[in-house]
Design a protein around this ligand. Sequence first.
Ligand code: SF4
Ligand code: SF4
Length: 481
Amino acid sequence: MTPTFTRTFRLGEFHEFYAGETRFAYIVPAGAIFELDAPAATVLDHLAASDLSLEELVERLGALGLRAEDALGLLGELTQSRAIATGDAPAETPQNPPAVFPLQTLVLNLTNQCNLSCGYCYEYGADKVATPQGKAKFMDFDTARAAIDMLFAESGERRSVHITFFGGETLMNFPLLERVVEYANQQAEALGRSIDFSLTTNATLLTPAIIQFLSANRIGVTVSMDGPPELHDALRVFANGRGSYDIIAPKVRELLATHRTRPIAARVTLTSSVTDVGRIYRHLKHDLGFHEVGFAPVTTSPDRLYAIGERGMDDVFEQFRVLAGEYLEYALRGELHGFSNVSDTLAELYQGVNKSHPCGAGLGLMGVGPSGDIAPCHRFVDSDTHPPRNIATGIDRAKQQAFLDRGHINGKYDCHSCFARPLCAGGCHHEAYVRYGDTGHPNLHYCDWIRDWTDLCLRIYGTIHAQNPEFLENFAERKGL
Ligand code: SF4
Ligand code: SF4
């Protein structure tokens, strides 16, 4: 787009950052990263002082030695990338929702039962939204089969689909998991689709035979584990209060030694007494040998004892910053580091993600509970407050749409001026419900944290882009869990 007649130019909406000496702009309405050379930076600096006409900008670029046609080309490029805008351009609107959203991921809660009593459990703890009373505790095969049929029927033109097994403790219903894998593979083959599987487990029930099955079927595994014994056992306990570390550590070692077909990840829940990110990472990555370690602060209302307060979150951020610095050193040497929070954010930046909703819940992802209740995601399964549908009656489109309308970035006015919104879009619907009683409320309690994290990852991205750009190709295919 080449501007050809007199117009007034103004700045677009972007977040500036430096990576070493190189200056970048993260263009918010586009979710795109733009490297600023000297002429581009000059345009932005002048427009930061005041709006300017085309002639004025061409003249100022001329003072840098740029010919008029090159200046026009640059202004066209900056306009197209939305770093600048003409005075008569309409105000940017937040991202539109996708017009169609075929199902891609089915999260099957094989059971709502668990053999641990973790203090912070979102399913059974103080902040639970599930109301499983009177409903099936274990999913049966008929329900699972109907859910799989729904996945294929609702997946439109997608060539590949995904099933994630969840609980409760997933492996308490391992016989069903085996049947689901067999049936879903048969269906995928008959329909000419590809399918892959993953599961989340507390690892207490892993056996050599189960590990062998998971490896043979290329099932990705995420283990919920909070670090070395004294940290892990703070809240990940059996009903009698006994810690679970000693039970799971040997099983995890065996899993890592013999499941060779997919990377194995640890997922750490940070709480007020478990915030030692560096130590937890080193234990899980180096002592035990997980390929990746991801961290998430506990989802809870702020008055729980295990909730992390503001100072605790500052401390967590400082430790994230140190670990992310280590990640960058690895990346510049062309080596993969296992801090998956950075990898996940870099992948979204690389792919130019620009979200209308915080996640796929209710869009390309659905959860199905043991009773056959369909929910926007696994965390709402068995919740009477979010009972949009059942596998027997199918997806209730009106309720699905109401959930999506509620969670859309359009309605989250606090987010409209936030540079982190292409990635955050207001944050997890479930957390919003726990905190504010409204799935569509932006998670305003962590905005500063999210913006600092986004800025840090942008700088990491920019540094890798400047010094080892091939490394970024690792993120072309990466997807979140
Ligand atoms: S960081 Fe806060 S304001 Fe920004 S998008 Fe997320 S919830 Fe909205
Ligand atoms: S981010 Fe929250 S709402 Fe979205 S899938 Fe995860 S738990 Fe569910």
